[in-house]
Ligand binder design. Structure first.
Ligand code: SF4
Length: 466
């Protein structure tokens, strides 16, 4: 990444943010998963793995493990999850997960280091502590865990269904990052979204994680939820700041009941209006920056001493499916229902339903359902969008040195799309450099979107044909 000389605090301009409030992708990948295709096969995945092993300097590995079960439905949820109280389902799932891990791990050269590990869901702590510890141990048998102190081994924990002791034990097993969903502590909001979670439960899990040696704790918030008010949300922000997490993510709620069934439980008349939503976001930005948090990009904030803030300063910040990360590009292996892998020049996604995931593995196949082989155009745009999302700067001569294109000519239409954003003062653009301003810091997605070839009117000539 290009080095951002100084940490620019975002400038909150209500009028601009309201005007640019369009549905831009979050760019945790490029192209986004919407563009994966059904004709990507297990053979394509094996080819990607073989090619990645054959790289002169093979990349480190990263794994994502999806645990799809949840004990209770949150009404705002848009995740791939299954609500159940039947804990025996964990054993059935783990049998297939171990089969998948064994088959995939055997295809990677054993000397490739596993530098990143993340358990997400659903609810990873649907697994009881012995199941979770056994899973971590098994991954350690199939992959060469990095011994580097900078390795990122993370887990999402739900404090309603685990305690500090669970967090302490996973930390002692090697987990060094914990992410906890809070969303809002206001009882009226918690009632409206069916997620009742106290400050004390949350603090208990945080304490346990710290006792076990976790070096970074993230709390997730959501603004735009039903029954949210500026006063209530400010109280939540005060409570969250008092808990002193190392990182805070504040996501905007997108109400899409036609796509996500759970959201049909939300009364749309309880949702805050556009102006209140802006006030909620403004409170996030002003209160978190006043409390000393650095804006990392999009919806993420971190304390200056946290690895993420350091990576932003050093120009080593990365973006992946979990949001932001400090690790240089790894080959990502996704395990479990609906999990996505990015290996070399290919994306691969597992079956999104449990029967499809189980059936493939029971028949001796991997549960690959779709994916995409990346074109040269995809690869260079992925690099460009990564630069903009991670620090907001693109060094054009350095980009041209990495890719055989004449920047101004190749991106003629993208640059034309960027011009109104330049005119609005979100970004500056010269023949040498594209650089986000303080006004554009909260609108990185809109800036990156100008270079997305899958948006109508793009200058891409061949990406769609691949
Ligand atoms: S928000 Fe998280 S805990 Fe709640 S239902 Fe969705 S995946 Fe489960």
């Amino acid at each position: 990444m290009e080095n951002r000389a100084a940490l620019v605090a975002p400038h909150f301009d209500r009028e601009l943010i309201a005007r640019y409030d369009v549905n831009a992708p979050r760019y945790t990948s490029y192209p986004t998963a919407l563009h994966f295709r059904d004709d990507f096969s297990e053979t394509d995945l094996f080819d990607c793995i073989r090619a990645s092993n054959d790289d002169p300097i093979p990349r480190d590995l990263s794994t994502y493990i999806h645990v799809p079960f949840c004990l209770s439905p949150c009404f705002y949820c848009g995740c791939a999850r299954i609500i159940t109280h039947d804990r025996r389902k964990a054993d059935t799932y783990l049998t297939r997960l171990y089969r998948e891990i064994e088959q995939v791990a055997a295809r990677f050269d054993r000397d490739r280091r596993l530098a990143q590990l993340h358990f997400g869901g659903g609810t990873p702590n649907f697994l009881d502590i012995s199941q979770m510890l056994e899973l971590i141990e098994s991954l350690g048998r199939h992959f060469s865990f990095s011994r580097d102190a900078g390795r990122e081994f993370g887990i999402e924990l739900d404090p309603r269904f685990c305690d500090g002791e669970y967090a302490r034990q996973v930390a002692e097993a090697g987990i060094n990052r914990v992410s906890i969903g809070v969303q809002d502590f206001d009882p009226a909001v918690q009632q409206a979204v069916n997620r009742i979670q106290s400050v004390e439960e949350t603090a208990d899990v945080m304490q346990g994680a710290r006792k076990g040696g976790v070096r970074s704790i993230n709390l997730d918030l959501i603004y735009g939820l039903p029954k949210q008010t500026p006063e209530g949300f400010e109280r939540t922000l005060e409570q969250v700041i008092a808990l002193k997490p190392d990182r805070i993510a504040a996501y905007g709620y997108a109400h899409l009941p036609e796509r996500f069934k759970a959201q049909r439980q939300i009364d749309k008349y309880d949702l805050p209006g556009a102006s209140t939503r802006l006030t909620l976001l403004q409170s996030c930005v002003s209160m978190l920056t006043a409390a000393g948090y650095v804006h990392i990009g999009v919806d993420h904030f971190a304390l200056p001493g946290d690895d993420l803030a350091q990576a932003l300063v050093n120009g080593t910040l990365q973006r992946n499916f979990q949001g932001y990360s400090t690790h240089a590009a790894c080959d990502l292996i996704g395990f479990g229902m609906s999990a996505i892998s990015r290996i070399g020049k290919g994306f691969s996604q597992n079956a999104k339903d449990l029967p499809g995931y189980y059936m493939a593995l029971d028949n001796g196949r991997l549960p690959v359902a779709r994916g995409r082989l990346l074109s040269e155009d995809d690869l260079l745009r992925a690099d460009l969008i990564q630069q903009l999302m991670c620090g907001g700067v693109l060094d054009i001569p350095a980009f041209e040195a990495r890719h055989p294109v004449e920047f101004a000519r190749y991106f003629r239409q993208s640059l034309a799309r960027l011009q109104p954003l330049v005119d609005d003062g979100l970004v500056t653009c010269s023949s040498q450099r594209i650089e986000t301003t303080a006004r554009g810091q909260l609108l990185l997605r809109n800036i990156a979107q100008c270079f997305d070839a899958y948006i109508e009117g793009s200058d891409n000539r061949y990406s769609r044909a691949v």
